[in-house]
Design a protein around this ligand. Structure first.
Ligand code: A2P
Length: 340
């Protein structure tokens, strides 16, 4: 007998990622018994449209989870820390976009289509990886299965939408003031983001890397079950782009890589789209990726730094595969695998 359809809640439904979650729940035609939308006291009582119907946004309280089977959450780490354990104790599967539980041993960290089997180990909380890690996992998993990753160096070029609505507005305001020669006092970022790049995302750790950079190292290891011998280093940079993270990736493998074969491999990988023909200047850019689901890969070339290495450029919509799309896909897997 198949399980009854779940009661779903979206926590943080009024936020940048939350709104994207609503769009994708609709696009993917996710089936449910009931759905409700939670946010803070600030927007409780406001209305929100979903599938042509109006819903009242509900304040997040412990009781709000009483009848919920699956919660898709994107309301920041503090909110998740407070409500995920409460929701889980009430039998709800809490799919969390924040970094609060990602490295907890009993919390699966999952990219749908990459490590779905890890979902079976959940104890009520499932974590969605950081956006820069997420987009890399689909191509990297395929390459690792074939060539076995030994070492990886990643440089990211991350869009402002990854830092929320305030950061999006700051790019607009900062650009306008720069264009008319007015001074600008940044608040979402440490420095002006307009016509600039900022080599800091999140706070610095003791080893000189930022937390964002260490997320790429640690989360990649957890998702792909790499041991400590696989070395991963990242430099994460914020750029004045609204939507779409880009990554320059250099990978050294245990086995020899043929670039044409690797290209064919990625062409046949679900969720990846190869745009790679330098003779026609074909390669992905964030503008192509915004609003789309695939992870785009281009500029594939044999490394001249590593003997058994490959370099490539990878671009994706950070609000989709990096956040909302994977959250919805995890929910779909949880429903399909009847893990709620
Ligand atoms: P609200 O609209 O009430 O502020 P963003 O990352 O785009 O800023 O969105 C954050 C999301 O998280 C919003 O939906 C926001 O709701 C929600 N949120 C923030 N703080 C809380 C909280 N303490 N409890 C519940 N939801 C919260």
């Amino acid at each position: 007998m198949t399980k009854a359809l779940p009661n779903i809640a979206v926590l943080g439904a009024t936020g940048v990622v939350g709104r994207e979650i609503l769009k994708i729940l609709d696009e993917n035609n996710v089936q449910y018994n009931s759905i409700k939308f939670l946010a803070s006291k600030r927007s409780a009582g406001s209305t929100l449209e979903f599938k042509g119907q109006k819903y009242t946004v509900i304040e997040t309280t412990p009781e709000a989870f009483d009848d919920v089977n699956i919660c898709l959450a994107s309301a920041g780490g503090e909110t998740s820390k407070k409500y995920a354990p409460i929701a889980a104790s009430k039998g709800c599967v809490f799919i969390d976009n924040s970094s609060a539980f990602r490295m907890d041993e009993d919390v699966p960290l999952v990219i749908a289509g990459v490590n779905d089997e890890d979902l079976r180990k959940h104890h009520g909380i499932i974590a969605n990886p950081n956006c820069s890690t997420s987009q890399l996992m689909l191509p990297l998993k395929a390459l690792d299965d074939k060539y076995k990753v030994k070492r990886m160096i990643v440089s990211t070029y991350q869009a402002v939408s990854g830092a929320g609505l305030k950061a999006i507005n700051e790019l607009t305001d900062n650009t306008k003031t720069n264009l008319v020669g007015m001074p600008y006092e940044p608040s979402a970022f440490k420095y002006e983001i307009a016509f600039n790049v900022i080599p800091q995302i999140d706070v610095f750790c003791e080893n000189g890397y930022t937390k964002e950079e260490m997320k790429v190292t640690n989360e990649t290891r957890k998702i792909l079950h790499f041991d400590e011998n696989v070395k991963i280093s990242c430099t994460a940079v914020r750029v004045p782009v609204y939507i779409g993270h880009s990554e320059a990736v250099s990978v050294e493998f245990e086995n020899d890589v043929d670039v044409n074969e690797a290209r064919e491999l990625l062409k046949n990988t679900d969720g990846v789209e190869v745009r790679d023909d330098v003779s026609t200047y074909t390669y992905p850019t964030p503008k192509d990726a915004a609003g789309k689901n695939p992870v785009y890969v281009g500029r594939m070339r044999k490394s001249i730094a590593f003997d058994k290495g490959l370099d490539f450029f990878c671009v994706a919509d950070n609000l989709r595969i990096g956040a909302a799309l994977n959250t919805v896909r995890i929910a779909q897997k949880v429903i399909e695998m009847e893990l709620y």
